[in-house]
Write a protein that binds this ligand. Structure first.
Ligand SMILES: Nc1ncnc2c1ncn2[C@@H]1O[C@H](COP(=O)(O)OP(=O)(O)OP(=O)(O)O)[C@@H](O)[C@H]1O
Ligand SMILES: [Mg+2]
Length: 236
């Protein structure tokens, strides 16, 4: 008899309370979209995900088009994440790229990013954000092709990835909507005002192969980072 199919390994997200919503963690090797408006917590969530990797001996890379190194390192220190220290130790790397450079990487297939990720044996990858990358493409077909090329690259690296996207309302013809069909998971971060009070919430729109909780739950940001309260439902 053939051996029973192996269940995919789950990797802890590092976000307190979040893994309860997704059967224990992200599937290893999955590509997930983290979408939300400005200040909704995308960068904090994604760095926290990388820090959990570092804690577990999984090298982490953060690729950004927008965040400035010094500012990000400074902001993340507030949560106790010393990115400089981890970079010096060779277990974390901050990479600032222009969307054009990433496009070139996709066309040429790898390049410097490829060399670094392979050499560091990176297991967790964040691209923050893919929004400006989308603006590079004129038509849907090239958007889709480049999204697929990017995913293939990530799969070949064997990384579990989080891609941030700067919108909750996704228009039908941007890259994000192309990505929507291709990614394994979509997480929405809400940051909205209700009766004069700003609230935060999280919803899992999809997570392939995972039984997800069909509810929008409370998200908090404090000096420990992002925390989910899986039992508190938020009316969005
Ligand atoms: N110690 C803290 N306690 C409470 N809230 C905090 C704390 N530190 C940061 N925040 C809040 O968390 C938010 C974190 O936003 P973050 O940069 O992760 O969001 P983002 O979605 O990446 O935003 P952007 O779209 O601007 O890149 C900040 O805007 C700030 O309001
Ligand atoms: Mg950000």
């Amino acid at each position: 008899m053939p051996p029973p199919p192996q269940r995919l390994e789950r990797i802890p997200s590092g976000i307190v309370g979040f893994d309860d919503l997704i059967e224990g963690g992200f599937k290893r090797g999955s590509i997930n979209l983290l979408a939300g408006s400005a200040g909704s917590g995308k960068t904090t969530f994604s760095i926290q995900f990388l820090m959990e990797g570092v804690k577990r001996g999984e090298a982490a890379v953060y690729i950004t088009f927008e965040e400035k190194r010094e500012k990000l390192f400074d902001d993340m220190l507030e949560f106790g994440w010393d990115l400089q220290k981890y970079e010096d130790m060779g277990v974390f790397k901050f990479m600032e790229y222009s969307p054009e450079q990433i496009k070139r990487v996709l066309v040429e297939g790898g390049g410097t990013i490829d060399a670094i990720i392979t050499q560091m044996q990176v297991k967790r990858l964040v691209i923050d954000s893919i929004t400006s990358f989308a603006l590079l493409f004129q038509d849907q077909l090239s958007q889709k092709e480049s999204a697929l090329a990017l995913f293939e690259l990530i799969n070949n690296w064997g990384c579990t990835a989080l891609l941030t996207s700067q919108a909750t309302q996704i228009s039908p013809d941007d890259l994000t909507s192309q990505l929507e069909f291709e990614v394994d998971g979509i997480i929405l971060l809400y940051h909205f005002k209700k009766q004069g009070i700003r609230q935060r919430a999280l919803e899992i729109l999809k997570m392939r192969g995972t039984k997800t909780a069909e509810k929008t739950v409370k998200l908090t940001i404090d000096e420990q980072g992002v925390r989910i309260d899986p039992k508190t439902i938020v009316m969005v």
